[in-house]
Write a protein that binds this ligand. Structure first.
Ligand code: ATP
Ligand code: MG
Length: 476
Protein backbone atom coordinates (compact mmCIF):
# COMPACT_ATOMS: atom_id res chain seq x y z
CA UNK A 1 0.00 0.00 0.00
CA UNK A 2 1.20 3.45 -0.83
CA UNK A 3 0.39 6.20 1.59
CA UNK A 4 2.18 9.51 1.73
CA UNK A 5 -0.16 11.76 3.64
CA UNK A 6 0.68 12.88 7.12
CA UNK A 7 -2.38 12.67 9.31
CA UNK A 8 -3.76 15.37 11.59
CA UNK A 9 -2.21 18.48 10.12
CA UNK A 10 -3.18 21.66 11.90
CA UNK A 11 -4.86 23.76 9.23
CA UNK A 12 -4.04 27.36 8.51
CA UNK A 13 -7.20 29.36 9.20
CA UNK A 14 -7.54 32.71 7.52
CA UNK A 15 -10.21 34.80 9.23
CA UNK A 16 -12.74 36.91 7.33
CA UNK A 17 -10.76 40.14 7.67
CA UNK A 18 -7.66 38.53 6.14
CA UNK A 19 -9.12 37.33 2.82
CA UNK A 20 -11.24 38.75 0.03
CA UNK A 21 -14.11 36.23 -0.21
CA UNK A 22 -17.43 37.95 0.29
CA UNK A 23 -20.85 36.31 0.29
CA UNK A 24 -21.87 38.86 -2.32
CA UNK A 25 -19.65 36.98 -4.78
CA UNK A 26 -21.06 33.56 -3.97
CA UNK A 27 -23.93 32.18 -5.99
CA UNK A 28 -27.17 32.67 -3.96
CA UNK A 29 -28.23 29.06 -4.58
CA UNK A 30 -24.88 27.77 -3.32
CA UNK A 31 -25.43 29.94 -0.23
CA UNK A 32 -28.89 28.36 0.24
CA UNK A 33 -27.32 24.89 0.19
CA UNK A 34 -24.54 25.90 2.60
CA UNK A 35 -26.99 27.51 5.02
CA UNK A 36 -29.51 24.69 5.02
CA UNK A 37 -26.76 22.18 5.76
CA UNK A 38 -25.25 24.23 8.60
CA UNK A 39 -28.69 25.05 10.04
CA UNK A 40 -29.35 21.33 10.37
CA UNK A 41 -26.13 20.76 12.28
CA UNK A 42 -23.78 19.73 9.47
CA UNK A 43 -20.42 21.06 8.42
CA UNK A 44 -20.69 22.71 5.00
CA UNK A 45 -17.82 24.28 3.06
CA UNK A 46 -17.43 25.80 -0.34
CA UNK A 47 -14.72 23.65 -1.93
CA UNK A 48 -12.39 23.24 -4.89
CA UNK A 49 -12.11 25.60 -7.83
CA UNK A 50 -14.67 28.11 -6.54
CA UNK A 51 -12.59 28.99 -3.45
CA UNK A 52 -9.44 29.23 -5.58
CA UNK A 53 -11.11 31.52 -8.12
CA UNK A 54 -12.78 33.73 -5.51
CA UNK A 55 -9.44 34.22 -3.74
CA UNK A 56 -7.87 35.18 -7.06
CA UNK A 57 -10.70 37.63 -7.75
CA UNK A 58 -11.96 35.57 -10.68
CA UNK A 59 -15.52 34.51 -11.43
CA UNK A 60 -15.87 30.79 -10.57
CA UNK A 61 -17.35 28.54 -13.25
CA UNK A 62 -19.32 26.58 -10.70
CA UNK A 63 -19.75 26.38 -6.94
CA UNK A 64 -19.21 23.00 -5.29
CA UNK A 65 -20.08 22.18 -1.71
CA UNK A 66 -18.41 19.69 0.64
CA UNK A 67 -20.19 18.45 3.73
CA UNK A 68 -20.15 15.80 6.44
CA UNK A 69 -23.81 15.00 5.66
CA UNK A 70 -24.20 11.61 3.98
CA UNK A 71 -25.80 11.41 0.53
CA UNK A 72 -29.14 10.20 1.90
CA UNK A 73 -29.19 12.99 4.49
CA UNK A 74 -28.61 15.51 1.72
CA UNK A 75 -31.46 14.04 -0.29
CA UNK A 76 -33.81 14.32 2.67
CA UNK A 77 -32.90 18.00 3.10
CA UNK A 78 -33.42 19.04 -0.52
CA UNK A 79 -36.41 18.11 -2.62
CA UNK A 80 -34.52 19.26 -5.71
CA UNK A 81 -31.70 16.77 -5.10
CA UNK A 82 -30.61 13.86 -7.28
CA UNK A 83 -27.99 11.37 -6.24
CA UNK A 84 -25.64 10.39 -9.01
CA UNK A 85 -22.58 8.17 -9.40
CA UNK A 86 -21.99 4.54 -8.63
CA UNK A 87 -18.46 4.59 -7.24
CA UNK A 88 -19.08 7.58 -5.03
CA UNK A 89 -22.53 9.06 -4.63
CA UNK A 90 -22.70 12.79 -5.23
CA UNK A 91 -25.73 14.98 -4.74
CA UNK A 92 -26.78 17.28 -7.54
CA UNK A 93 -29.00 19.99 -6.13
CA UNK A 94 -30.85 21.50 -9.05
CA UNK A 95 -31.95 25.13 -9.33
CA UNK A 96 -33.43 25.64 -12.78
CA UNK A 97 -30.56 25.03 -15.18
CA UNK A 98 -27.95 25.33 -12.44
CA UNK A 99 -26.55 22.45 -10.40
CA UNK A 100 -24.82 22.83 -7.07
CA UNK A 101 -22.71 19.69 -6.72
CA UNK A 102 -22.65 18.63 -3.10
CA UNK A 103 -20.42 15.80 -1.96
CA UNK A 104 -19.76 14.14 1.34
CA UNK A 105 -16.15 14.51 2.54
CA UNK A 106 -14.19 11.51 1.39
CA UNK A 107 -10.68 10.23 1.69
CA UNK A 108 -8.05 9.28 -0.82
CA UNK A 109 -8.54 5.63 -1.71
CA UNK A 110 -5.49 3.45 -1.07
CA UNK A 111 -3.37 2.77 -4.12
CA UNK A 112 -1.65 -0.54 -4.70
CA UNK A 113 1.29 -1.19 -7.00
CA UNK A 114 0.29 -3.59 -9.75
CA UNK A 115 1.89 -4.84 -12.97
CA UNK A 116 0.28 -2.06 -15.00
CA UNK A 117 1.20 0.74 -12.63
CA UNK A 118 -0.80 2.04 -9.70
CA UNK A 119 -4.22 0.65 -9.08
CA UNK A 120 -6.64 2.78 -7.14
CA UNK A 121 -9.27 1.04 -5.07
CA UNK A 122 -12.94 2.02 -5.17
CA UNK A 123 -13.34 5.71 -4.46
CA UNK A 124 -16.12 5.39 -1.94
CA UNK A 125 -14.88 5.90 1.59
CA UNK A 126 -16.20 8.81 3.59
CA UNK A 127 -13.60 10.89 5.39
CA UNK A 128 -12.89 13.99 7.43
CA UNK A 129 -12.52 17.50 5.97
CA UNK A 130 -8.75 17.08 6.28
CA UNK A 131 -8.81 13.80 4.33
CA UNK A 132 -11.06 15.39 1.74
CA UNK A 133 -8.62 18.28 1.23
CA UNK A 134 -5.70 15.87 0.86
CA UNK A 135 -7.37 13.64 -1.74
CA UNK A 136 -7.62 16.59 -4.11
CA UNK A 137 -5.15 17.18 -6.95
CA UNK A 138 -3.37 20.53 -6.44
CA UNK A 139 -2.82 22.63 -3.34
CA UNK A 140 -4.72 25.59 -4.79
CA UNK A 141 -7.70 23.29 -5.41
CA UNK A 142 -7.71 21.98 -1.83
CA UNK A 143 -8.99 25.06 0.03
CA UNK A 144 -12.26 25.35 1.95
CA UNK A 145 -14.46 28.34 2.72
CA UNK A 146 -16.46 27.85 5.92
CA UNK A 147 -19.86 29.53 5.75
CA UNK A 148 -20.24 29.45 9.54
CA UNK A 149 -17.11 31.46 10.38
CA UNK A 150 -16.51 33.06 6.95
CA UNK A 151 -12.93 31.85 7.15
CA UNK A 152 -10.73 30.01 4.66
CA UNK A 153 -9.35 26.68 5.86
CA UNK A 154 -6.11 25.36 4.37
CA UNK A 155 -4.82 21.85 5.13
CA UNK A 156 -2.55 21.59 2.10
CA UNK A 157 -0.54 24.81 1.70
CA UNK A 158 -2.81 26.20 -0.99
CA UNK A 159 -2.88 29.77 0.38
CA UNK A 160 0.89 30.08 0.19
CA UNK A 161 0.92 28.69 -3.37
CA UNK A 162 -1.87 31.03 -4.44
CA UNK A 163 0.18 33.97 -3.22
CA UNK A 164 3.32 32.73 -4.98
CA UNK A 165 1.29 31.78 -8.08
CA UNK A 166 2.69 28.27 -8.08
CA UNK A 167 0.94 25.06 -9.01
CA UNK A 168 2.01 22.14 -6.83
CA UNK A 169 0.62 18.72 -6.33
CA UNK A 170 -0.87 17.54 -3.05
CA UNK A 171 1.47 14.69 -2.18
CA UNK A 172 4.21 13.24 -4.40
CA UNK A 173 3.32 14.01 -8.04
CA UNK A 174 5.12 10.83 -9.16
CA UNK A 175 2.45 8.87 -7.32
CA UNK A 176 -0.52 11.18 -7.86
CA UNK A 177 0.04 11.34 -11.64
CA UNK A 178 0.41 7.59 -11.93
CA UNK A 179 -2.80 7.05 -9.95
CA UNK A 180 -4.65 9.28 -12.37
CA UNK A 181 -2.68 10.41 -15.44
CA UNK A 182 -5.37 12.96 -16.36
CA UNK A 183 -4.01 15.02 -13.44
CA UNK A 184 -0.98 15.80 -15.66
CA UNK A 185 -3.31 17.46 -18.19
CA UNK A 186 -5.09 19.26 -15.38
CA UNK A 187 -1.71 20.53 -14.16
CA UNK A 188 -1.05 21.99 -17.61
CA UNK A 189 -4.56 23.45 -17.82
CA UNK A 190 -4.47 25.21 -14.45
CA UNK A 191 -0.90 26.49 -14.89
CA UNK A 192 -1.80 28.06 -18.23
CA UNK A 193 -5.24 29.29 -17.26
CA UNK A 194 -4.19 30.93 -13.99
CA UNK A 195 -0.89 32.26 -15.37
CA UNK A 196 0.98 30.30 -12.68
CA UNK A 197 4.35 28.54 -12.70
CA UNK A 198 4.37 24.78 -12.37
CA UNK A 199 6.69 23.67 -9.58
CA UNK A 200 9.79 21.58 -10.32
CA UNK A 201 8.39 18.40 -8.79
CA UNK A 202 5.33 18.44 -11.07
CA UNK A 203 7.41 19.29 -14.15
CA UNK A 204 9.84 16.46 -13.45
CA UNK A 205 7.02 14.01 -12.77
CA UNK A 206 5.27 14.87 -16.04
CA UNK A 207 8.53 14.57 -18.01
CA UNK A 208 8.94 11.12 -16.46
CA UNK A 209 5.40 9.77 -16.64
CA UNK A 210 3.82 11.63 -19.58
CA UNK A 211 3.33 8.44 -21.59
CA UNK A 212 0.95 7.14 -18.89
CA UNK A 213 -1.67 9.49 -20.36
CA UNK A 214 -2.18 6.82 -23.02
CA UNK A 215 -3.68 4.58 -20.30
CA UNK A 216 -6.37 7.12 -19.40
CA UNK A 217 -9.87 6.83 -20.82
CA UNK A 218 -10.13 8.46 -24.26
CA UNK A 219 -13.32 10.50 -23.61
CA UNK A 220 -11.80 12.00 -20.46
CA UNK A 221 -8.62 12.87 -22.31
CA UNK A 222 -10.58 14.34 -25.22
CA UNK A 223 -12.59 16.49 -22.81
CA UNK A 224 -9.37 17.76 -21.20
CA UNK A 225 -7.86 18.56 -24.61
CA UNK A 226 -10.91 20.72 -25.35
CA UNK A 227 -10.54 22.40 -21.96
CA UNK A 228 -6.98 23.43 -22.83
CA UNK A 229 -8.52 25.85 -25.31
CA UNK A 230 -10.63 27.66 -22.73
CA UNK A 231 -10.03 30.87 -20.75
CA UNK A 232 -8.06 32.51 -23.58
CA UNK A 233 -4.99 30.50 -22.66
CA UNK A 234 -4.69 27.91 -25.41
CA UNK A 235 -1.28 29.15 -26.59
CA UNK A 236 0.22 28.88 -23.09
CA UNK A 237 -1.46 25.50 -22.49
CA UNK A 238 -0.37 23.83 -25.73
CA UNK A 239 3.14 25.27 -25.36
CA UNK A 240 3.44 23.71 -21.92
CA UNK A 241 2.01 20.44 -23.19
CA UNK A 242 4.70 20.44 -25.88
CA UNK A 243 7.53 21.47 -23.50
CA UNK A 244 6.61 18.72 -21.07
CA UNK A 245 6.53 16.20 -23.93
CA UNK A 246 2.95 15.13 -23.36
CA UNK A 247 1.99 16.50 -26.76
CA UNK A 248 3.98 13.65 -28.32
CA UNK A 249 1.52 11.20 -26.77
CA UNK A 250 -1.67 13.17 -27.31
CA UNK A 251 -1.14 15.02 -30.58
CA UNK A 252 1.90 13.42 -32.22
CA UNK A 253 1.38 15.13 -35.60
CA UNK A 254 1.11 18.57 -34.03
CA UNK A 255 4.17 17.91 -31.88
CA UNK A 256 6.23 16.79 -34.91
CA UNK A 257 5.08 19.88 -36.84
CA UNK A 258 6.23 22.18 -34.01
CA UNK A 259 9.63 20.46 -33.79
CA UNK A 260 10.09 20.73 -37.55
CA UNK A 261 9.03 24.35 -37.88
CA UNK A 262 11.13 26.22 -35.36
CA UNK A 263 9.89 24.94 -31.99
CA UNK A 264 9.24 28.12 -29.95
CA UNK A 265 9.10 30.02 -33.22
CA UNK A 266 6.73 27.64 -34.99
CA UNK A 267 3.93 29.40 -36.92
CA UNK A 268 1.42 27.32 -34.95
CA UNK A 269 1.67 29.60 -31.92
CA UNK A 270 0.42 32.63 -33.82
CA UNK A 271 -2.82 30.81 -34.71
CA UNK A 272 -3.39 29.92 -31.07
CA UNK A 273 -2.57 33.46 -29.97
CA UNK A 274 -5.11 34.76 -32.49
CA UNK A 275 -7.65 32.28 -31.10
CA UNK A 276 -7.01 33.51 -27.55
CA UNK A 277 -7.33 37.16 -28.45
CA UNK A 278 -10.42 36.81 -30.62
CA UNK A 279 -13.28 38.88 -29.23
CA UNK A 280 -15.59 35.87 -29.21
CA UNK A 281 -12.97 33.42 -27.98
CA UNK A 282 -15.06 32.18 -25.06
CA UNK A 283 -18.03 31.25 -27.24
CA UNK A 284 -16.17 29.48 -30.02
CA UNK A 285 -17.05 25.87 -30.72
CA UNK A 286 -14.62 22.97 -30.47
CA UNK A 287 -14.80 22.65 -34.25
CA UNK A 288 -13.32 26.15 -34.66
CA UNK A 289 -10.69 25.45 -32.00
CA UNK A 290 -9.54 22.18 -33.54
CA UNK A 291 -9.47 23.86 -36.96
CA UNK A 292 -7.15 26.57 -35.56
CA UNK A 293 -4.81 23.99 -34.04
CA UNK A 294 -4.53 21.96 -37.22
CA UNK A 295 -4.67 24.75 -39.78
CA UNK A 296 -0.87 25.18 -40.10
CA UNK A 297 -0.50 21.41 -40.62
CA UNK A 298 -3.22 21.55 -43.23
CA UNK A 299 -1.48 24.43 -45.02
CA UNK A 300 1.81 22.56 -45.05
CA UNK A 301 0.21 19.49 -46.60
CA UNK A 302 -1.78 21.57 -49.06
CA UNK A 303 1.39 23.27 -50.33
CA UNK A 304 3.05 19.88 -50.76
CA UNK A 305 0.09 18.56 -52.77
CA UNK A 306 -0.02 21.69 -54.89
CA UNK A 307 3.69 21.33 -55.63
CA UNK A 308 3.20 17.70 -56.60
CA UNK A 309 0.23 18.39 -58.88
CA UNK A 310 0.72 21.94 -60.12
CA UNK A 311 -1.99 21.65 -62.74
CA UNK A 312 -4.49 19.56 -60.82
CA UNK A 313 -7.28 20.83 -58.59
CA UNK A 314 -6.57 19.91 -54.99
CA UNK A 315 -9.47 18.71 -52.85
CA UNK A 316 -8.95 20.75 -49.69
CA UNK A 317 -11.49 18.89 -47.59
CA UNK A 318 -9.78 15.64 -48.43
CA UNK A 319 -6.46 17.07 -47.25
CA UNK A 320 -8.08 18.40 -44.09
CA UNK A 321 -9.48 14.93 -43.38
CA UNK A 322 -6.09 13.34 -43.89
CA UNK A 323 -4.50 15.83 -41.50
CA UNK A 324 -7.12 15.31 -38.78
CA UNK A 325 -7.98 11.68 -39.23
CA UNK A 326 -5.42 9.98 -36.95
CA UNK A 327 -5.93 12.41 -34.08
CA UNK A 328 -9.71 12.21 -34.36
CA UNK A 329 -9.53 8.46 -34.17
CA UNK A 330 -7.08 8.31 -31.33
CA UNK A 331 -8.72 11.02 -29.19
CA UNK A 332 -12.32 10.03 -30.00
CA UNK A 333 -13.07 13.52 -31.25
CA UNK A 334 -16.84 13.71 -31.80
CA UNK A 335 -17.97 13.43 -35.38
CA UNK A 336 -19.55 16.92 -35.49
CA UNK A 337 -16.36 18.55 -34.27
CA UNK A 338 -14.32 16.61 -36.82
CA UNK A 339 -16.51 17.53 -39.80
CA UNK A 340 -16.88 21.15 -38.73
CA UNK A 341 -13.09 21.48 -38.55
CA UNK A 342 -12.71 19.79 -41.95
CA UNK A 343 -15.28 22.05 -43.59
CA UNK A 344 -13.82 25.19 -42.00
CA UNK A 345 -10.40 24.57 -43.51
CA UNK A 346 -11.99 24.84 -46.95
CA UNK A 347 -14.14 27.86 -46.26
CA UNK A 348 -11.67 30.63 -47.04
CA UNK A 349 -12.71 30.90 -50.68
CA UNK A 350 -16.22 31.93 -49.63
CA UNK A 351 -14.84 35.08 -48.06
CA UNK A 352 -12.54 35.95 -50.92
CA UNK A 353 -15.07 38.31 -52.50
CA UNK A 354 -16.89 41.28 -51.03
CA UNK A 355 -20.59 40.55 -50.36
CA UNK A 356 -21.29 43.76 -52.30
CA UNK A 357 -20.68 41.73 -55.45
CA UNK A 358 -23.91 39.95 -54.61
CA UNK A 359 -22.62 36.38 -54.71
CA UNK A 360 -22.80 33.75 -51.99
CA UNK A 361 -25.46 35.47 -49.84
CA UNK A 362 -27.25 32.19 -49.20
CA UNK A 363 -24.29 31.14 -47.10
CA UNK A 364 -25.22 33.91 -44.62
CA UNK A 365 -28.23 31.82 -43.52
CA UNK A 366 -26.31 28.59 -43.11
CA UNK A 367 -26.20 27.53 -39.44
CA UNK A 368 -22.41 27.20 -39.67
CA UNK A 369 -21.91 30.75 -40.95
CA UNK A 370 -20.94 32.23 -37.53
CA UNK A 371 -18.27 29.54 -37.09
CA UNK A 372 -16.93 30.16 -40.60
CA UNK A 373 -16.83 33.90 -39.96
CA UNK A 374 -15.05 33.46 -36.63
CA UNK A 375 -12.49 31.09 -38.13
CA UNK A 376 -11.83 33.49 -40.97
CA UNK A 377 -11.38 36.36 -38.53
CA UNK A 378 -8.85 34.32 -36.54
CA UNK A 379 -6.87 33.36 -39.65
CA UNK A 380 -6.74 36.98 -40.66
CA UNK A 381 -5.53 38.02 -37.21
CA UNK A 382 -2.84 35.32 -37.29
CA UNK A 383 -1.61 35.92 -40.81
CA UNK A 384 -2.21 39.66 -41.09
CA UNK A 385 -3.86 41.26 -44.10
CA UNK A 386 -6.73 43.49 -45.07
CA UNK A 387 -9.87 43.00 -42.98
CA UNK A 388 -12.20 45.04 -45.20
CA UNK A 389 -13.98 42.11 -46.87
CA UNK A 390 -14.46 40.11 -43.68
CA UNK A 391 -15.80 43.23 -41.92
CA UNK A 392 -18.32 43.65 -44.74
CA UNK A 393 -19.50 40.06 -44.25
CA UNK A 394 -19.70 40.62 -40.52
CA UNK A 395 -21.83 43.76 -40.97
CA UNK A 396 -24.10 42.08 -43.49
CA UNK A 397 -24.57 39.09 -41.19
CA UNK A 398 -25.48 41.35 -38.27
CA UNK A 399 -27.95 43.30 -40.37
CA UNK A 400 -29.54 40.52 -42.38
CA UNK A 401 -29.60 37.68 -39.90
CA UNK A 402 -29.08 38.75 -36.29
CA UNK A 403 -31.12 41.95 -36.29
CA UNK A 404 -33.94 40.45 -38.34
CA UNK A 405 -34.10 37.39 -36.10
CA UNK A 406 -34.19 39.61 -33.00
CA UNK A 407 -36.97 41.75 -34.46
CA UNK A 408 -39.16 38.84 -35.57
CA UNK A 409 -41.09 37.97 -32.39
CA UNK A 410 -41.64 41.65 -31.65
CA UNK A 411 -42.98 42.31 -35.13
CA UNK A 412 -45.53 39.57 -34.68
CA UNK A 413 -46.53 41.09 -31.34
CA UNK A 414 -45.48 38.02 -29.39
CA UNK A 415 -43.35 37.75 -26.31
CA UNK A 416 -40.34 35.44 -26.28
CA UNK A 417 -42.28 32.94 -24.21
CA UNK A 418 -45.24 32.89 -26.54
CA UNK A 419 -43.06 32.25 -29.52
CA UNK A 420 -41.73 29.00 -28.14
CA UNK A 421 -43.94 26.14 -29.21
CA UNK A 422 -46.40 24.69 -26.73
CA UNK A 423 -45.54 21.24 -25.51
CA UNK A 424 -48.37 19.61 -27.33
CA UNK A 425 -47.82 21.49 -30.59
CA UNK A 426 -46.45 18.39 -32.15
CA UNK A 427 -49.66 16.45 -31.57
CA UNK A 428 -51.88 19.14 -33.07
CA UNK A 429 -49.81 19.78 -36.14
CA UNK A 430 -50.30 17.35 -38.96
CA UNK A 431 -47.43 14.95 -38.97
CA UNK A 432 -45.33 14.83 -42.09
CA UNK A 433 -45.57 11.43 -43.69
CA UNK A 434 -42.47 9.39 -43.14
CA UNK A 435 -40.98 8.09 -46.27
CA UNK A 436 -39.86 4.49 -46.07
CA UNK A 437 -36.18 4.10 -46.64
CA UNK A 438 -35.43 2.05 -49.67
CA UNK A 439 -32.91 -0.70 -49.11
CA UNK A 440 -29.80 -0.13 -51.18
CA UNK A 441 -29.54 -2.65 -53.97
CA UNK A 442 -26.54 -4.86 -53.95
CA UNK A 443 -24.95 -3.23 -56.96
CA UNK A 444 -25.28 0.29 -55.51
CA UNK A 445 -22.38 2.13 -53.89
CA UNK A 446 -22.43 1.91 -50.08
CA UNK A 447 -24.41 4.61 -48.30
CA UNK A 448 -22.52 7.88 -47.85
CA UNK A 449 -21.04 8.52 -44.45
CA UNK A 450 -23.38 10.69 -42.45
CA UNK A 451 -21.42 13.91 -42.66
CA UNK A 452 -23.17 15.70 -39.91
CA UNK A 453 -23.54 13.25 -37.06
CA UNK A 454 -26.88 12.30 -35.57
CA UNK A 455 -29.35 15.16 -35.12
CA UNK A 456 -26.71 17.73 -35.88
CA UNK A 457 -26.89 20.62 -38.26
CA UNK A 458 -25.49 20.20 -41.73
CA UNK A 459 -21.82 20.64 -42.47
CA UNK A 460 -20.86 23.49 -44.72
CA UNK A 461 -20.45 21.45 -47.88
CA UNK A 462 -21.10 17.86 -48.70
CA UNK A 463 -18.36 15.93 -50.40
CA UNK A 464 -17.58 12.29 -50.61
CA UNK A 465 -15.58 10.84 -47.73
CA UNK A 466 -12.94 8.27 -48.51
CA UNK A 467 -13.25 4.99 -46.65
CA UNK A 468 -10.23 5.60 -44.39
CA UNK A 469 -12.04 8.56 -42.75
CA UNK A 470 -15.16 6.62 -41.93
CA UNK A 471 -14.05 5.48 -38.55
CA UNK A 472 -13.09 9.01 -37.50
CA UNK A 473 -16.22 9.33 -35.37
CA UNK A 474 -14.65 6.88 -32.96
CA UNK A 475 -18.00 5.27 -32.40
CA UNK A 476 -19.41 8.31 -30.65
P1 ATP B 1 -12.97 24.50 -13.13
O1 ATP B 1 -13.02 25.95 -12.91
O2 ATP B 1 -12.36 24.10 -14.44
O3 ATP B 1 -14.29 23.79 -12.88
P2 ATP B 1 -12.17 23.09 -10.76
O4 ATP B 1 -10.98 23.24 -9.87
O5 ATP B 1 -13.52 23.38 -10.18
O6 ATP B 1 -11.92 23.97 -12.05
P3 ATP B 1 -13.24 20.52 -11.43
O7 ATP B 1 -12.81 19.62 -12.53
O8 ATP B 1 -14.59 21.13 -11.49
O9 ATP B 1 -12.11 21.63 -11.32
O10 ATP B 1 -13.08 19.69 -10.09
C1 ATP B 1 -13.49 20.21 -8.82
C2 ATP B 1 -12.49 19.86 -7.75
O11 ATP B 1 -12.41 18.44 -7.59
C3 ATP B 1 -11.06 20.32 -8.06
O12 ATP B 1 -10.85 21.65 -7.63
C4 ATP B 1 -10.24 19.33 -7.28
O13 ATP B 1 -10.15 19.72 -5.92
C5 ATP B 1 -11.06 18.05 -7.35
N1 ATP B 1 -10.63 17.18 -8.45
C6 ATP B 1 -11.12 17.15 -9.72
N2 ATP B 1 -10.51 16.22 -10.46
C7 ATP B 1 -9.61 15.62 -9.66
C8 ATP B 1 -8.67 14.56 -9.84
N3 ATP B 1 -8.53 13.96 -10.99
N4 ATP B 1 -7.92 14.22 -8.75
C9 ATP B 1 -8.06 14.82 -7.56
N5 ATP B 1 -8.92 15.83 -7.33
C10 ATP B 1 -9.69 16.23 -8.36
MG1 MG C 1 -15.41 23.08 -11.20
Amino acid sequence: MISFFKRDTTPIIRERAAHCISRANIDPDALKVLYRLTNTGHIAFLVGGSVRDLLLGRQPKDFDVGTDARPNDIRRLFRNCFLIGRRFRLAHIVFGRKIIETSTFRKQPEATESENGLYQAEDNTFGTPEEDAKRRDFTVNGLFYDIKTFSVIDYVGGLKDLEKKVLSSIGDPNIRFREDPVRMMRAVKFTARLGFTMDRACRKAILKHHADILNASAPRVCEEVFRLFTYNSSCAAFKLLWELEMMKDLLPDVSAYIDATGAEKSPLWKYLTALDTDRESIELTNGVRIACLFYPLFLERLHKEEALFPKGRVNKQHIARLVLHQTALHLHIPKTTFFTAVALMDVQRRFSESPAKGRGHRFLFHPAFPEALAFQRILLAAEGGDATVIDEWQTLYRREVLEKAAAMPREAGLSDEETSEPRDAEEEAPRPRRRRRRRPQRHEAPEQYDQTGKDERPAITVTEVPPESRSADGGN
